[in-house]
Design a protein. Structure first.
Length: 285
């Protein structure tokens, strides 16, 4: 799979990237769980600025705060301190209606696809919900069918074989592709992918990444990958953020951060993956 991604890897022009409009910006974003002695600072005053069509990876060890940050960005949990700006305006998700509006712009695919769906909803109604959310409630049944079939074929699923099935009747890989079909219908400005490929084999993994990158080109989406996998981060992203104990210890282009890391922690992350040089053939880049 390294080859598939590698052949597509063209380093982005940083000056051009930094001129693009900001889609999601954070100023000292912090999350504290618990109180007193049992207090955990999961995310500690992080700053970031994600731009249109930028592909970002957030890399860090288990427990470094990646998923907590993702949940704050999605508005699934509150921010203890700091501010989040969506398209340069301070984010307002204070009501259910405002939250729903925000979710038209930002969506996620998760580590565990089983947790993402309402298991009592059949697949056609999951897809219909997406069409409705995007304002397609009044479309004719034919139009809706056409949109759902198109979304399924984008991810190599056959809509006609899926109707009347429940999510738990699908394989892990099919389920992840179904998640991407949802994104195809929702066309969000920003997609957060929390270890989207950890459950599937190398072949499906390449396919899933390929689909996400294709969607990004078609829709002009910003993608934020959250991963342990520094090789993946190198091959898919423009910008890499290295997270250690709730803080960003190093940020920069994928080339700078991974080929010539400055922070001790980044060096350790890279050396902890001795196979990376063979598997991803980094040494010859
Ligand atoms: N709901 C919660 N209540 C209390 N502590 C939490 C909660 N969620 C996460 N934490 C703590 O916050 C820290 C960061 O957890 P988080 O899940 O964000 O890590 P992660 O980087 O996503 O790890 P992984 O790579 O294993 O998924 C950990 O110390 C975790 O125990
Ligand atoms: Mg996590």
């Amino acid at each position: 799979m390294g080859d598939i991604i590698k052949s597509d890897k063209i380093a982005v022009d940083r000056a051009e990237l930094e001129k693009r409009p900001s889609v999601l910006r954070g100023d000292k974003v912090t999350k504290v769980f618990g109180y007193g002695n049992s207090k955990t600072v999961a995310v500690n005053a992080v700053n970031f600025n994600f731009r249109e069509r930028e592909v970002i990876s957030i890399v860090g060890e288990s427990g470094s705060g990646k998923t907590t940050l993702a949940k704050m960005l999605l508005g699934l949990i509150g921010v203890t301190e700091g501010d989040v700006y969506f398209k340069d305006a301070k984010r307002d998700i204070s009501s259910h209606r405002k939250k729903k509006e925000y979710w038209r712009g930002i969506q996620a695919v998760f580590q565990d696809p089983f947790s993402a769906f309402n298991i009592f909803s059949k697949i056609d109604s999951l897809l219909l919900d997406c069409i409705n959310l995007m304002g397609g409630k009044k479309f004719s049944p034919e139009k809706k069918y056409e949109m759902m079939s198109e979304a399924c074929s984008f991810v190599n699923l056959k809509y006609d074989e899926l109707t009347n099935k429940y999510p738990f009747e699908l394989s892990g890989g099919q389920m992840q592709r179904l998640m991407i079909a949802r994104i195809f219908l929702l066309k969000p400005k920003i997609l957060i992918a929390d270890e989207p490929t950890s459950m599937v084999d190398a072949c499906s993994r390449a396919t899933i990444l390929d689909m996400l990158m294709k969607l990004r080109d078609e829709v002009g989406m910003t993608i934020i990958f959250i991963t342990h996998d520094i090789g993946l981060a190198y091959y898919v992203s423009d910008t890499v953020y290295i997270m250690e104990q709730g803080k960003f210890v190093e940020v920069g282009s994928a080339e700078d951060v991974i080929i010539s890391p400055q922070a001790e922690y980044t060096r350790r992350l890279i050396s902890d993956v001795p196979k990376i040089h063979e598997e991803w053939d980094l040494s010859t880049v």
